[in-house]
Design a protein. Structure first.
Length: 376
């Protein structure tokens, strides 16, 4: 009974630490969605190997999209002729540097870690894209003319009718977020600013994408904090290099978004894991999930997948080591160990986030008759 009570308290502790920042981040994401034109990204990405990679990385930073929603957007970019490198850079920078993820990272790990995570993620995204375009440079040049006239395996002109044809859910079947994101990005007409639409996107479409993985992340974080034996954790975490590789192996196939992975990383740090290992988990996890790797393989090919995963892993290890080397004495984890330090605002935000999680999980489990993701 004591362990169950401790588990609940740890769950509430993790929820309390991040909820107000997630709620605020989703609100800002909804506002950004209204301000950024739907075709802003695709209209600025050409096939130039260097500039397109940098643009894709930079444009992906403010975009209010999570690890799940970024997949159909990347597929749309592929159909519009963006280079493989720019697509990979977009897949990395967009979910990790989203406004909700940045604020939630700050809630757990403080300012220095947050800045390090954003800057290093941008660098990793650019390097992955540049390596990709360098390795498959000849292939990209060969296929370039085909994009000027017709899309692959189709009979319509790229310059004529793209927006009605993009159907990313065909490669990610069963993913509600894929179709909803597609619906959101399908309209090219400039729409007037709407606060209602901003709230609907932030707390509806975007939160629906992360509700399940966020709940799983909170539960796993509370489980690790409550039930992981301290002696076993100490044996592993005392050897930092071994910890890096173990965390990397666990993070690569794990399907979790950039925000939902935060409570797991925080829980592992409470058990003694270094901040550098936490960085590796927070970088490799969202960027190399099984779903993302599957889409990269289908969309860009085997060579691209090898480049994508290997460069992310190598760079994550390097940056994780650098953080532990130069910031090992920094008090990174800012989560409160005392529930008495909570306040009314954090409690209300935690309650709101729990309600949103339950609501969206219920809707995913029991959708309305005839309703689709686009109906949001």
């Amino acid at each position: 009974m004591e362990l169950i009570l401790e588990f609940v308290l740890n769950l509430l502790k993790l929820l309390d630490a991040m909820s107000i920042y997630v709620i605020l981040g989703l609100f800002i994401a909804g506002i950004l969605k209204q301000l950024i034109p739907d075709d802003f990204i695709s209209s600025h990405l050409g096939t130039n190997s260097t500039t397109s990679v940098i643009k894709a990385t930079i444009f992906g930073i403010p975009l209010p999209v999570c690890s799940c929603s970024v997949i159909p957007l990347a597929q749309g970019l592929k159909k519009e002729g963006a280079s493989k490198g720019s697509i990979q850079s977009f897949l990395i920078s967009t979910p990790i540097t989203g406004v909700d993820s940045i604020l939630a990272t700050f809630s757990f790990f403080g300012l220095i870690f947050t800045i390090f995570r954003v800057v290093s993620s941008v660098i990793i995204a650019i390097i992955v894209g540049l390596v990709q375009n360098f390795v498959e440079k000849e292939e990209k040049v060969e296929i370039k003319p085909s994009f000027q006239a017709f899309a692959p395996n189709s009979s319509f002109s790229v310059n004529a009718t793209f927006k009605p044809q993009i159907n990313p859910s065909s490669e990610n079947k069963g993913s509600c977020c894929s179709s909803s994101s597609c619906c959101d990005s399908s309209s090219k007409a400039k729409k007037p600013f709407s606060l209602k639409s901003a709230l609907s996107y932030g707390y509806g479409t975007l939160f629906s994408d992360m509700a399940k993985s966020l709940l799983i992340g909170l539960i796993l974080g509370a489980l690790f904090t409550t039930f992981m034996p301290q002696e076993y954790a100490k044996l592993l975490f005392d050897n930092k290099i071994l910890t890096y590789f173990v965390i990397l192996i666990v993070a690569i196939p794990l399907y979790t978004c950039a925000t939902a992975s935060l409570p797991i990383a925080a829980a592992l740090m409470l058990q003694g894991m270094s901040a550098g290992a936490a960085f590796i988990f927070l970088t490799a996890g969202p960027a190399t999930s099984a779903v993302t790797m599957s889409v990269v393989y289908k969309m860009l090919g085997r060579t691209s997948l090898v480049i994508y995963v290997s460069v992310i892993c190598i760079m994550s290890l390097i940056f994780g080591f650098i953080f532990d080397l130069y910031f090992q004495n920094l008090e990174v984890l800012s989560i409160s160990h005392d529930m008495d330090e909570s306040n009314i605002f954090k409690s209300l935000a935690s309650l709101a986030m729990l309600i949103l999680i339950v609501y969206h999980l219920y809707r995913l489990k029991f959708p309305k008759k005839g309703a689709t993701c686009c109906s949001d």
